[in-house]
Write a protein that binds this ligand. Structure first.
Ligand SMILES: Nc1ncnc2c1ncn2[C@@H]1O[C@H](COP(=O)(O)OP(=O)(O)OP(=O)(O)O)[C@@H](O)[C@H]1O
Ligand SMILES: [Mg+2]
Length: 448
C-alpha cells in the first residue's frame, strides 16, 4: 500500500490561547456609555459599506474621541480592550467575536449572559466572555439572523442559521428555553482534518485508510454512521478526497460543510422556508435535481429524511460511488434509520421491499464512535451482505478491539479484520481496482 503522501500535509501546532479578562464593572459601565453614544453618532450605513479593516478603524477613531473627552481617566491599561470590545459590538457579534477569532476554539455555547462555554481540543471549559444581560444576547441573535431574512421570537423559538464565515449556529429562545436565550455555535473548520491527521490521531489505521480508499475507488456506495459530533462529516470529507480528479462530484448539504479539493465539484444546499413565503428547498428536491446533472458521484452530507428513498433508487439504477452519513450508533441502527427514512417518502412500500432496496444499494457502512476516553475511533467497517428472510445481513469486515487502558486512562485499541471476505469483491474487479485482500487476511494480524 502506498503511504508516500503521509508527510505531505504539515500539521499545524495547537494555538496557545489566553482569554482576555472581563473589564472591571466601572470600566464596563464606561464602555456601555460610549457604546450608546457611538450608536447615536455613527452612520451605520456608511460603516456597512466599508471594508472590514476600515470600518474597525472608523469605529476605533470615533470611540477613541469619546473616550478622550470623557471625564473618567482611570481607563489606563483597559483602553485597547475597550476599543476592541466596542468594535466587536458595533460591527460584529459582540462577546462572541474574540472566541470566533480564536482558532483553538471549535464550539461556543451560550447558556446565559455569564455562562458561556467553549470547546478546545475536544474539551469543554468555561469562557471569561460575558454578555451584559439577556437582552444583549437577544441583540446578537438578531444580528445573526436578520441578514438571513429569518426571525426568532416566541412564535418560532428555534432556528438554525449560518454566519458569513460558514459557522453553524443553533438558537433557542423562550418559551422553548424558559430561562433565556441559548446559542450553540459550531465553528467552520478552516482546515478539515485529512486522512493523515486521522491516522495521527488514531481514528484511522493505515490499513483502514487503504481499505476505504480502495472501496471509494471501486465505487462502492458507502454510509458513514455515527452519533452527534463524532466526526461523520470529517470522515465523509476524507473519503471524498479519495475520489478521482476526473470525476464530476455533486454534493448536497444542509448546510454546506464539505471542503472537497477535486477540480470538478458542484455544491447544492438545502434551504428552510423563509419569510415572505420563499419556498423551502429540501434535500429531496436537490437529490432529484442532481441526478439530472450528469453526476459521477452524488455525496449527501447527511441523510435525514425522505431523500433516502431517492438516494437508494439512484444507487440501484447505476449511480454508484455515492457516499453519505447517517446519525446512528451502530451499523444495525444505521440501516434501520435508513429504512425509516425511506418510509417517510410516503410510498407505502412493504418493509421487505425497502430492505431489499437497501441490501442492493448500500455495500459498506463505516461506524465512527466517541469512546469513553473522548477519542474518536472507527469501530466497525461492515458489509451489507444481503437479506435473509426479513433481516438485512450485516457482516463486519473490521472491528475495533479494546485491549485495556494506559496509565493516563487512555484506551488501548486495535483495529482488526475479522477474516471474512466481502461479497462486493467482484465490484472491485468490475471497476478495475485491485482488491486489497492482504489487508483482510486475519492470520497476518494475529502475529502482530
Ligand atoms: N477523528 C477526529 N478526532 C478528533 N476530532 C475530530 C475528529 N473528527 C472530527 N473532529 C472534530 O470534531 C468536531 C465535529 O466534527 P464533525 O463535524 O465531523 O462531526 P459530525 O459527526 O459530522 O457532527 P454533527 O453530528 O454535528 O453533524 C469538529 O470540531 C472536528 O474538527
Ligand atoms: Mg456532520
Amino acid at each position: 500500500m502506498s503511504r508516500s503522501d503521509a508527510s505531505a500535509v504539515p500539521v499545524a501546532p495547537p494555538v496557545e490561547f489566553q482569554e482576555t479578562r472581563p473589564l472591571p464593572p466601572a470600566v464596563a459601565a464606561l464602555r456601555d456609555l460610549i457604546h450608546r453614544r457611538l450608536i447615536e453618532e455613527l452612520d451605520q450605513q456608511r460603516l456597512a459599506g466599508l471594508p472590514a479593516g476600515a470600518a474597525r478603524r472608523a469605529v476605533g477613531d470615533a470611540a477613541g474621541q469619546i473616550l478622550a473627552a470623557s471625564p473618567q481617566t482611570a481607563v489606563g491599561e483597559w483602553r485597547q480592550q475597550i476599543l476592541d470590545e466596542l468594535a466587536d459590538e458595533v460591527l460584529g457579534f459582540g462577546p462572541l467575536e474574540p472566541l470566533l477569532r480564536d482558532d483553538s476554539v471549535t464550539e461556543i455555547m451560550v447558556n446565559g449572559p455569564e455562562d458561556i462555554w467553549v470547546e478546545r481540543g475536544g474539551r469543554l471549559s468555561h469562557s471569561a466572555s460575558r454578555f451584559r444581560d439577556r437582552a444583549h444576547i437577544m441583540h446578537v441573535i438578531e444580528r445573526i439572523v436578520a441578514p438571513l431574512g429569518r426571525h426568532v421570537d416566541e412564535g418560532s423559538p428555534m432556528v438554525d442559521a449560518r454566519l458569513p464565515d460558514g459557522s453553524r449556529v443553533n438558537i433557542v429562545v423562550p418559551p422553548a428555553a424558559p430561562d433565556g436565550p441559548k446559542i450553540t455555535l459550531r465553528k467552520f473548520a478552516r482546515r478539515r482534518l485529512t486522512h493523515v491527521d486521522l491516522e495521527r490521531i488514531g481514528t484511522l489505521t493505515p490499513e483502514a485508510t487503504a481499505f476505504l480508499r480502495a472501496s471509494v475507488e471501486a465505487e462502492l456506495n458507502i454510509l458513514v454512521s455515527g452519533g452527534t459530533g463524532t466526526g461523520k462529516t470529517t470522515l465523509l470529507n476524507v473519503l471524498s478526497s479519495f475520489i478521482g480528479l476526473h470525476e464530476r462530484v455533486i454534493t448536497i448539504e444542509d448546510p454546506v460543510e464539505l471542503q472537497l479539493q477535486q477540480p470538478h465539484v458542484v455544491c447544492l444546499e438545502a434551504r428552510p422556508p423563509g419569510l415572505e413565503g420563499t419556498r423551502q428547498i429540501t434535500q429531496r428536491d436537490l437529490v432529484r435535481n442532481a441526478l439530472r446533472m450528469r453526476p459521477d458521484r452524488v455525496i449527501v452530507g447527511e441523510v435525514r429524511g425522505p431523500e433516502a428513498f431517492d438516494m437508494l433508487q439512484a444507487m440501484n439504477t447505476g449511480h454508484d460511488g455515492s457516499i453519505s452519513t447517517v446519525h446512528a450508533n451502530t451499523p444495525r441502527d444505521a440501516v434501520s434509520r435508513v429504512e425509516n427514512m425511506v418510509l417517510m417518502a410516503g410510498y407505502d412500500l412493504p418493509d421487505h421491499a425497502v430492505r431489499e432496496q437497501i441490501a442492493s444499494a448500500i455495500q459498506l457502512i463505516v461506524q465512527i464512535s466517541r469512546l469513553p476516553d473522548g477519542s474518536r475511533r472507527i469501530t466497525h467497517v461492515t458489509e451489507v451482505a444481503g437479506i435473509e428472510g426479513q433481516t438485512l445481513l450485516l457482516q463486519d469486515l473490521f472491528l475495533l478491539e479494546v485491549k485495556g487502558r494506559d496509565e493516563a486512562g487512555k484506551l488501548l485499541t486495535r483495529f482488526r479484520p475479522t477474516g471474512l471476505q466481502p461479497q462486493f469483491k467482484e465490484r472491485f474487479e468490475r471497476a478495475g481496482v485491485p482488491f486489497p485482500s492482504e489487508i483482510l487476511r486475519r492470520e497476518d494480524w494475529d502475529e502482530r
